[in-house]
Write a protein that binds this ligand. Structure first.
Ligand SMILES: [Fe+2]
Length: 483
């Protein structure tokens, strides 16, 4: 019997989440309100998962799915849009077989035997523009290089053989001032290994420095933070157990009885120089920023007092109740011998996908941008938190609409911190399509300065990157800090 494609009746695949599965090219999107600011010149690349085929075990979770890259090219008041699949090895194998061949999330022991040894990466999480290359990222594999104009997949990329880790993080930081790429791999020698490697890659794409060390357990390390002097790695009690995955179980299990540990890694040091700090069981996906002042290391992140991924059970196989993400500052004192980190809530209301003005990554900063006001009905808005005053400014697209992760774009390379635009995709839940809004980042409450209408639904993008036109040409960012 011929096996045709039929997605299961699952809330994960219905309504706004109905699979899109198609590539789109739309030149000159309609600007239905306001005008695109004249200085907005560059490309906004975004990446998210899309369903190529129903999961072979009916185990769809929202962080799985094949990578789809979206590009919004801003030029002379116009916006051109394009989206294309990332042609990973996994995507190609499934396309040829016309069915799902890869099983439970990241669990190679549940794959179809025909794909044994194949690369499992989905390239579905984020992109980075560095040293003249656009890379699509997912933390379970090496990056895939993408043509920035056509979005065609060029191929899997190991930095010309310089990177020995089996995977690279989807949350690298490009230092917009030094043009260095700061990135890492965890479980860097394979499933359930405790190897971590921190890489500094120069503006020329050459690895300048790498530090290998062991994490306390085979953790999930979705994001990290960097400063000019340190890299900060949180290790939450979300762990991989090789025996469990060999038996077809979940790739991660949450251990509520275990601690959170944080490694403060001196960028010029070795594994022996790492300082370790500990606190109660928590989890987090995303860091806002980190700053080192004297002996104090401050890490600001959207922290969950429990399991942030409820689709991963506890080590006892139990489901966990959802907990809200709360923007929290963890402080580690390098002069303290207690080995404990302190917690301080920065914003009482839940928020996620926190971003800075990228010029201020790792440096003293004032503003954070994020998704906030998330309702159970999928509604949400964007926010700008002033960490100096504690004031939160917001804009929400209203009923039946939500937003995806916002992107800050400086008005000029030498504009003061936070002076520029905030870009956000709006999910028009009742219209089954998307808008792109451009907001004045210093005046969110005034509403969009431009609303760009998409004829299609951009179902899900996790993260993205802004590449100014100049950086697209030269491969280098020409940005400045303003005191
Ligand atoms: Fe992420």
């Amino acid at each position: 019997m011929v096996e045709t494609v039929r997605f299961p009746d699952s809330p994960m695949l219905q309504g706004w989440n109905t699979p899109v599965r198609s590539e789109t090219e739309a030149r000159d999107l309609e600007v239905v309100q306001g005008a695109i600011p004249a200085g907005l010149d560059g490309a906004w690349f975004r990446c998210g998962p899309e369903w190529q085929y129903p999961n072979r075990f009916g185990q769809e979770i929202f962080i799985d799915g094949e990578g789809m890259v979206h590009a919004f090219r801003f030029e002379d008041g116009h916006v051109d849009y394009r989206c294309r699949w990332v042609h990973t090895q996994r995507f190609e194998l499934q396309a040829k077989a016309r069915r799902s061949l890869f099983g439970r999330y990241r669990n190679r022991y549940t794959n179809d035997p025909s794909v044994e040894g194949a690369s499992m990466g989905t390239a579905n999480t984020n992109l980075v523009w560095h040293a003249g290359k656009l890379l699509a990222l997912k933390e379970d594999d090496l990056p895939y290089e993408i043509d920035p104009d056509t979005l065609a997949t060029i191929g899997r990329y190991d930095y010309g053989g310089q990177v020995k880790a089996v995977s690279m993080s989807a949350h690298p930081k490009v230092d917009w001032i030094t043009n260095e790429l700061l990135t890492y791999s965890y479980q860097a020698k394979g499933d359930a290994t405790t190897d971590v490697v921190f890489y500094v890659i120069g503006a020329d794409g050459r690895v300048k420095n790498e530090i290998w060390f062991d994490m306390p357990w085979p953790a999930m390390v979705h994001d990290f933070a960097v400063t000019p002097t340190h890299a900060i790695f949180p290790f939450f009690p979300m762990m991989t157990d090789l025996e469990v995955i060999k038996q077809g179980g979940p790739y991660y299990q949450y251990h509520p009885d275990k601690p959170t540990r944080i490694a403060v890694v001196p960028r010029g040091g070795t594994a022996e120089d790492i300082r370790w700090f500990e606190g109660p069981a928590t989890t987090a996906g995303h860091m806002l920023n980190a700053v080192v002042t004297g002996s104090k290391v401050e890490l600001d992140l959207c922290l969950y007092q429990g399991n942030c991924f409820p689709f991963f059970p506890t080590d006892k196989g139990e489901a966990t109740a959802p907990v809200p993400p709360i923007l929290t500052r963890l402080t580690m004192d390098l002069e303290s011998n207690s080995g404990e980190f302190a917690q301080k809530v920065l914003l009482g209301a839940p928020c996620e996908m926190p971003r800075t003005d990228d010029r201020y990554q790792g440096r003293p900063f004032r503003y954070g941008f994020m998704i906030c006001m998330r309702g159970a009905d999928g509604t949400s808005g964007v926010g700008r938190l002033d960490l100096e005053t504690g004031q939160l400014a917001t804009w929400a697209p209203g009923a039946n609409a939500g937003v995806q992760e916002p992107q800050f774009v400086p008005r000029r390379p030498d504009a003061p911190e936070g002076d520029g635009w905030l870009l956000a995709l709006v999910n028009r839940l009742d219209q089954n399509r998307s808008d792109l809004v451009v907001l004045d980042a210093q005046d969110l409450e005034a509403g969009p300065v431009a609303t760009v209408r998409l004829p299609v639904r951009v179902r899900s993008t996790f993260h993205g990157v802004w590449a100014p036109a100049e950086a697209l040409k030269t491969g280098l960012y020409d940005m400045q800090l303003v005191a």
